[in-house]
Design a protein around this ligand. Structure first.
Ligand code: SF4
Length: 504
């Protein structure tokens, strides 16, 4: 039987790759998403061509910027791949040194400055590194051949410059129960059937960042698993247009402003984030794209490695923090209060908080250690400290930005009011700030601060900062596991002259 024609529903790995061709620019990327025939639902209706939908397009533009940045600043956003012996987009690069992690953090901050939102490509980037070491470790323990499959997949992924999305979070159902104990087994993704050519999986991945905007989705377990959960211990790579996938788009505050006329009230008309519920209804994965099937003892290791990489990736929020500091400084200037000492002090406080996040992420990358497979993983404690800072500081930075913006941020009439013959002149007269600043600049800056602290991109700047890559308690648990209080007690006892080390 020809490899391209195994079974109508069991599409081969080769056939899946045959639909791709190398992507270079943001424009190529946007074209690559067209005509995929996917099932994406928004407001209860199937969206015929998501690329052209005004609510969805800003999220696509944000991801497209990852391609354009690689062209504009290759030192920052590309790296040399030993796998294909060519430069590749840094979002697909396998981490070969601590410096690769530092460069990743710098690129993420830059992307945050350029888009002011979640650019959705980092969970996939971190998954690429996790799967390198994980497949290596499983093969070493079980004699499997997952690592070769992984390398083969990555050769195609890098050569075609695709977007890989990370499908990790299961709906979880009753959280007091393990996957195999759930009343509905689909609350966690699991294997439903194994055939000669591959496996079928069923379940869903919740609030998946950039779910539809990806080309391929890496599905992975979301938590540690036990012997009864073997069918849930599955890692696989699935193209977004595979049969059986349904995408249900997550709403964001103020999202319908993108459907109104005008561009000012959106606050950030070009860029936005994307989260989707992705449902897998008996989706086929050929053996070549299965990277774990039943090796449940490795689920915990996979999750902890992923969170270590990804928690330091939340340095992305410092780029958004840079935008917030800039917006707060600009609105203070437009309001005519930029010379007040308390205003300057608030900007210093915002910067201090933002740079504290950055320093923990960069430190985590510099402290990276090599794993058995040869790649590097950043320091886990510092990655957790970084993400924990991210759960708090953007809220305080936002509070200070709102403080400097003033109440007009939430009472400003609509863009259409400013254009009206009746209300426009009245608004321009009474809402003028400093005389030489056009009223439209004030409008735009207030809308941007609203967008990032209360509106659509508050999803990316605030709530995602709180819950993405694990809610605050998840980091506290990791910090507690690693803080080694007993060792620190000994330092203190030694100096206080207590116990053996002191000689007393
Ligand atoms: Fe990247 Fe930040 Fe979005 Fe995560 S939240 S995908 S790290 S931009």
């Amino acid at each position: 039987m020809n490899a391209l024609h195994v079974h109508p529903h069991e599409e081969s790995a080769e056939r899946r790759w045959s639909r791709f061709k190398p992507i270079r620019s943001g424009e190529d990327y946007i074209s690559s998403l067209r005509n995929r025939g996917t099932d994406l639902y928004l407001f209860g209706e199937k969206v015929a061509e998501p690329v052209d939908h005004p609510i969805i397009r800003p999220s696509i533009n944000a991801l497209a910027m990852t391609y354009d940045l690689a062209l504009e600043d290759p030192d920052l956003a590309t790296a040399h791949s030993e796998l294909i012996d060519a430069p590749v987009n840094r979002f697909l690069h396998i981490v070969g040194s601590p410096n690769d992690l530092v460069m990743k953090n710098r690129m993420q901050r830059r992307m945050g400055q350029l888009t002011g939102t979640c650019f959705q490509r980092c969970a996939g980037l971190d998954t690429v590194s996790v799967l390198h070491s994980l497949t290596w470790d499983i093969d070493a323990a079980h004699g499997t051949s997952y690592h070769q499959r992984y390398l083969e997949f990555m050769r195609h992924a890098q050569a075609n410059n695709i977007v890989i999305g990370a499908g990790m979070t299961d709906p979880k159902g009753d959280r007091s129960k393990r996957p195999s104990e759930q009343a509905d087994p689909d609350m966690f993704m699991h294997v439903t059937r194994r055939t000669e050519h591959g496996i079928y999986v069923r379940g869903a991945k919740a609030h998946m960042t950039g779910g539809w905007n990806s080309h391929w989705i890496a599905v992975m377990p979301t938590m540690n698993l036990g012997p009864g959960d073997k069918d849930y211990a599955v890692v696989g790579l699935v193209p977004v247009d595979a049969a059986g996938l349904t995408f249900i788009y997550g709403r964001q505050s103020c999202d319908t402003r993108a459907m109104e006329s005008g561009k000012i009230d959106q606050g950030n008309a070009r860029f936005g984030g994307q989260e989707a519920l992705v449902v897998f209804d008996d989706v086929f994965i050929p053996h070549e794209h299965v990277l774990m099937d039943g090796e449940y003892t490795f689920a915990q290791l996979m999750v902890s490695r992923f969170t270590s990489y990804h928690r330091a990736s939340y340095v992305c929020k410092t780029g958004l923090g840079d935008v917030m500091v800039g917006a707060a400084a600009a609105i203070a200037e437009y309001n005519g209060v930029d010379q007040a000492s308390h205003v300057k002090d608030k900007l210093v406080e915002m910067t201090h908080l933002n740079e504290t996040i950055y320093s923990s992420a960069i430190a985590s990358s510099h402290e990276a250690k090599q794993l058995a497979s040869g790649i590097f993983m950043n320091d886990e404690m510092l990655a957790n400290v970084c993400k924990h800072n991210v759960t708090r500081f953007p809220y305080e930075i936002s509070r200070l930005a709102q403080d400097l913006a003033g109440g007009l941020m939430v009472t400003l009439p609509s863009e259409q009011e400013f254009e009206s013959e009746v209300t426009g002149p009245i608004l321009r007269k009474y809402l003028q700030g400093r005389a030489n600043v056009p009223i439209e600049h004030r409008q735009r800056m207030l809308r941007l601060i609203e967008n990032m602290t209360l509106g659509r991109n508050a999803v990316g700047y605030l709530t995602e900062s709180l819950h993405g890559a694990g809610s605050p308690q998840a980091q506290r648990i990791q910090i507690q596991r690693q803080m080694d209080v007993e060792k620190k007690k000994k330092y203190a006892q030694n100096l206080a002259g207590i116990g053996e080390e002191s000689g007393n």
